[in-house]
Ligand binder design. Structure first.
Ligand code: ATP
Ligand code: MG
Ligand code: MG
Length: 348
């Protein structure tokens, strides 16, 4: 069978590798860190830095197609890989999702609603942006933020100075605070033939910036559900996207507002492992391997809960709980705020 190259060996790379193995495919992981979660289940692992051009070339030669579990792949590495094997999803999706300013501009150019936003490089920009957008607002680093890291809330003008200092001199974006009733996400897939399939939207609850739970079905009207799926499809079709994407949305009385997109399998799609015949990981592998998309119809109500840090102490009890599937990532060290695993509880 074919070999899928995966950039990144975290839990997403691990679960992608499991899905690929079920389809008779092999996975080769490229990961700078030692002993990554995916190493337990992948066929091969290259431990090398993204600056190691020879390692990148050898990796690309050894696989049939390249995908990734995170969006912050250095451009220089992509330049090398792309010349040797197809990288899916493609360059455009990566470029857009690597920079919140480019991402917001892309989404609003598509006619989708986003939070009001402005680029902020210094104190003058910030004062202008606050005057234009108003408060409260959130200042975010344009690049490399995740799990709410690299963000500072500005409630009053007095917060501006410390918020800017929190950016550490990196280019930032100011976003107006969206008064949402709740958050949902659409996990969408597109293959090379241009077929698009969306999983049922999930409702997301965050705690301290980190995803805590995803519940399906989400609280959405029929019209909102249709809107969510159509806007996700519009994003994927515009990018001629191949693979799975996570689209995070705010639900407001003025409609759905797009928060951000992730060009990969997404934490809020983990419920599909117990809720659908074909889960997001298999769907992604199918798309990048040139297979038909699978049937992602939801057949159960599910609550996905992340196991973060000390939540691992609950595993013995969870193991005795009915209707509960445990997924652990095999991470050696428990750390506060680190995603160690998740559970999918079937609600009957
Ligand atoms: P992720 O781990 O999902 O990649 P992230 O670090 O990229 O997170 P965001 O998704 O931009 O960060 O923000 C994290 C959370 O902060 C959102 O899910 C939402 O709860 C809140 N948030 C972000 N931007 C806004 C906004 N403009 N208005 C209101 N709440 C917001
Ligand atoms: Mg993000
Ligand atoms: Mg987010």
């Amino acid at each position: 069978g074919a070999t899928i190259g995966i950039l990144g060996g975290g839990q997403l790379g691990r679960m992608l590798s499991v899905a690929a193995a079920r389809l008779g495919l092999r996975c080769h992981i490229f990961e700078p860190g030692a002993n990554p979660p995916a190493a337990d289940v992948a066929h091969a692992v290259t431990t090398a830095a993204y600056e190691d051009e020879d390692a990148l070339r050898a990796f690309a030669e050894s696989v049939d197609v390249i995908t990734y579990e995170f969006e912050n792949i250095p451009t220089s590495a992509l330049d090398i890989l792309e010349k040797i094997k197809p990288v899916r999803p493609g360059r455009k999706a990566l470029r857009i999702s690597q920079d919140r300013l480019v991402e917001k501009a892309f989404l609003s150019d598509l006619g989708l609603q986003t939070a009001p936003f402005a680029a902020v490089d210094d104190a003058v920009d910030l004062a202008e942006a606050i005057a234009e957008i108003g408060l409260p607002a959130i200042l975010k680093t344009r690049r490399f933020g995740y799990d709410g890291k690299g963000q500072a809330r500005i409630m009053t003008p007095e917060d501006a100075e410390t918020a800017l200092a929190d950016m550490g001199g990196h280019p930032a974006i100011l976003e107006g605070f969206v008064e949402f009733s709740h958050e949902v996400s659409v996990i969408a897939a597109r293959n090379e033939a241009g077929d698009v399939a969306c999983f049922d939207p999930g409702e997301n609850v965050h705690e301290g910036g980190i995803l805590r739970t995803t519940t399906v079905p989400a609280r959405l009207s029929g019209a909102q559900r249709t809107d969510a799926v159509l806007l996700a499809a519009k994003i994927l079709n515009t990018l001629r996207y191949v693979g799975v994407m996570g689209v995070e949305l705010f639900v407001t009385d003025k409609g759905l507002i797009v928060n951000e997109i992730a060009p990969r399998v997404h934490n809020s799609g983990h419920w599909t492992q117990q809720g659908c015949t074909i889960d997001q990981f298999e769907q992604h592998i199918r798309a990048v391997a040139g297979w038909p998309l699978g049937d992602g119809t939801r057949y159960a109500d599910v609550v996905m809960e992340n196991l973060i840090g000390d939540d691992m102490d609950r595993v013995p009890d969870l193991a005795k709980t009915a209707n509960t599937a445990i997924h652990l990532y095999g991470k050696a060290e428990v750390k506060a705020g680190r995603k160690m695993g998740h559970v999918n509880r079937i609600v009957t």
